[in-house]
Design a protein around this ligand. Structure first.
Ligand SMILES: [Zn+2]
Ligand SMILES: [Zn+2]
Length: 714
């Protein structure tokens, strides 16, 4: 007897290979089984999708190849996981094989059945020696006493029938709610698993430490695994295997973890759910937050279908102090359950907003004198400050005032950034780097000068401005910088965080990475010094992001109420702006996210923007801008007559803001629809047309195209 498994393998999105390939097998293979199959001259990893006992019509035995091997030691990927992958592929317009295989650890592709069996055996041994018997008396005591607000939120969360938005102020103790919800789920069901997602694990080593500290004594040393792209291939494989086999009870990961195999999944936490890093910017451009909500629904339906406990659910919690407007809107409509925790743990006040009108400051000042004075006072009292600036390097442009030369990148339509420390001009888009020229390359003028400011320059200026300020111990004030440049080396980030925690550093200058999640106890002043760049960006989501960033950053201040009051101090958020009358600041002053959200949602509604309308982008990369746009416009024309075309608006092709990167010209075309369903059905019908249009003569020079559903910026 023969079987004819259909197997999905890693196929490029537009290779023209169908959703799955048919092979032959002597054995019946359970769907979800991992196999190795011949593909062309290679042997590749695949996932069995179905396994009928008859060949598909028109296919003969001679036309099919046999499955080369079965990865027997592994339980099959379950039906819920396959449904999640199928949905993600279909919704984000990618091939099933691409999404399925990208969700598996890369190293799995290189292992045959024997190697895998060896790996699993080794893992089992490790587990046996490492596992500690959980101490039963610990099981009730773990965790501090919750505040009334936290307890109410936890109870409501555990009874919720819908996705939960945990809307808690910075410092309100959301993490403790996640921890206790996790503990309850894991203790209630012996095989339960919890997925906790964070935007960037590396930026918040404290969070991982807190989860380990809490759960390893309860559930053993292997109970928690991480899954993120900073891990080695071997670490990722081990983490994935532990999750897939149920050994790991908790998976702490970044957006990629949403696609991990978790057979016992009962709770998903998406922390800082508004963070843009949950949306993938390459390959399948999925939103891990949105997939988490979908995944919880699928898991809950499966639990209901299994029978047993009718109340069994997989819950999903989205946490934020500044929720995305999509999530906020869903809560307003009652589709999500909103649980508010407005108070800070320990009763600390939220920082007071101090707006600096830059129109009244000395011309050319990077840092307003009153801000510098306020920082000096705080340093003298032993408090710390944080200065936020979204631009690394010394200056964004180097220019010659004689002939007008600017440090443009020869490969991109962007300027190269001046990095003074290593005397380089670096393109932040393609990486092209050169030594800073001694003189203007155009006219030989020796007097070339930086324009604008970056973190390096602010660090340098602050060190000068605060040179005479003394700390309480009599030492000079110390300024440090933290950005992608200063944290490039392994371990340097941890080291820099440590100097801040220990109080060695008085002022930390950095990009938005310093605003995220850190729990610095002694910070009482946070300053955003070029907020206007977010206020007047062309992207309609810019105000939302700026508000979130400033509120998050401000949330770093005054987290330790006892410290602040013992200092007789008050925490402050300073913002330098040329437009202090902007309504965003009025809402920020009151820490009034609901008012800000209401105003933004009203604007979006009148413009038909998300979440009231639905969008996708068709992007094209080509050798010339003309080819990129011609392809897009041809694809738009060829859409005539497709299903739901009359419910769709196709805009003309336009170049991207940075239209050329690494010598590739980029353009995009906006697709808009009033209903999500219409958009989805239209895109499905459009996909084959997009493939056909690649061979049109006007598209000659096209490098690639991609569809971005629910894009974060347009
Ligand atoms: Zn010149
Ligand atoms: Zn470049």
């Amino acid at each position: 007897m023969a079987f004819w498994p259909s197997v999905v393998v890693a196929t490029p999105a537009h290779s023209g290979v169908g959703a799955s390939l048919t092979y032959r097998s002597e054995l019946s293979l359970t769907p979800g089984t991992l196999v190795r199959v011949p593909l062309g001259a290679r042997e590749v990893l695949g996932v069995v999708w179905e396994c009928p006992d008859e060949p598909p019509e028109g296919l003969t035995e001679a036309q099919t190849k046999a499955v080369a091997g079965v990865l027997e030691g592994l339980p099959p990927l379950n039906a819920r996981w396959r449904q999640l992958v199928r949905f993600a592929a279909q919704y984000y317009q990618r091939s099933l094989g691409e999404v399925a295989l990208a969700a598996l650890p890369p190293q799995l592709r290189d292992l045959n059945a024997v190697q895998l069996a060896r790996r699993l055996k080794k893992k089992e041994k490790q587990q046996a020696t490492r596992a500690v018997e959980p101490a039963p008396e610990d099981t009730t005591a773990a965790g501090p006493e919750l505040s009334d607000e936290q307890r109410e939120a936890l109870q409501a969360l555990e009874a919720a029938q819908a996705p939960v938005l945990l809307y808690g102020a910075t410092g309100s103790g959301k993490t403790e709610v996640y921890l206790q919800a996790t503990q309850h789920v894991l203790q209630a069901h012996a095989d339960a698993q919890v997925l906790v997602m964070v935007p960037e694990i590396n930026l918040t080593p404290q969070l991982e430490a807190r989860f380990r500290e809490r759960f390893e004594p309860l559930f053993g040393a292997g109970a928690l695994v991480c899954l993120h792209s900073g891990m080695t291939p071997a670490q990722r494989l081990n983490g994935w295997l532990a999750a897939h086999t149920g050994q790991a009870r908790i998976v702490l990961g970044t957006r990629m973890a949403v696609l991990a195999s978790l057979p016992g999944l009962r709770l998903i936490v998406v922390d800082e759910e508004h963070d843009p890093s949950y949306k993938s910017q390459e390959g399948a451009r999925y939103s891990a937050r949105d997939l988490a909500v979908y995944r919880a629904k699928v898991e809950t339906e499966a639990l209901a279908a299994e029978g047993g406990d009718p109340a069994a659910r997989c819950r999903v919690v989205l946490g934020s102090a500044t929720p995305s407007l999509e999530t906020w809107h869903a809560a307003e409509q009652g589709r999500y359950l909103r649980l508010a925790m407005p108070a800070r743990i320990g009763g600390g006040a939220l920082p007071r907003l101090r707006l600096v009108d830059m129109n009244n400051q000395p011309k050319g000042a990077v840092l307003a004198p009153p801000l510098v004075a306020a920082m000096a006072e705080r340093i003298a009292r032993g408090e710390q400050c944080m200065v936020l600036l979204n631009r690394r390097g010394y200056a964004p442009v180097l220019a010659c005032h004689d002939c007008g030369w600017k440090s443009a990148c020869p490969h991109c339509s962007a300027f190269r950034v001046f990095h003074k420390l290593d005397r380089t001009l670096r393109c932040h888009h393609c990486g092209f780097t050169e030594r800073v020229p001694r003189a203007c390359p155009e006219c030989g003028n020796l007097d070339i000068a930086p324009i604008g400011k970056g973190t390096e320059q602010v660090e340098e200026q602050l060190a000068g401005l605060l040179a005479d300020v003394k700390r309480p111990d009599g030492g000079p004030a110390r300024v440090a910088r933290m950005d992608a440049d200063s944290t490039r080396l392994k371990g340097s980030l941890e080291q820099q965080l440590a100097t801040m925690h220990s109080g060695e550093v008085d002022v930390l200058v950095g990009t938005q990475m310093i605003a995220k999640g850190h729990d610095f106890r002694r910070i009482t002043l946070v300053a955003g010094i070029n907020a206007d760049s977010g206020l007047f960006a062309s992207d309609y989501r810019a105000p939302e992001r700026l508000f979130a960033l400033l509120l998050q950053a401000g949330g770093r201040a005054g987290r330790d109420a006892a410290f602040v009051s013992s200092q007789g101090s008050q925490s402050e958020l300073w913002v330098q702006t040329w437009t202090p009358q902007h309504p965003l600041f009025a809402a920020l002053r009151q820490h009034d996210f609901p008012a800000f959200a209401a105003q933004q949602l009203a604007e979006r509604e009148s413009a038909g923007m998300p979440p009231f309308g639905h969008q996708a982008l068709l992007r094209a990369d080509a050798k010339t801008q003309q080819a990129a746009q011609a392809y897009l416009n041809a694809a738009a024309q060829a859409a005539d007559g497709l299903p739901h075309r009359d419910e769709i608006t196709l805009y003309p092709a336009v170049p991207l803001t940075i239209q050329r990167v690494a010598n590739v010209e980029r353009a995009q075309l906006l697709v808009e629809a009033v209903s999500r369903g219409a958009l989805q059905r239209f895109l499905n019908a459009w996909q084959p047309v997009l493939l056909e249009c690649r061979s049109l003569p006007q598209a000659r020079g096209l490098v690639r195209f991609a569809v971005d559903v629910d894009p974060l910026s347009i």
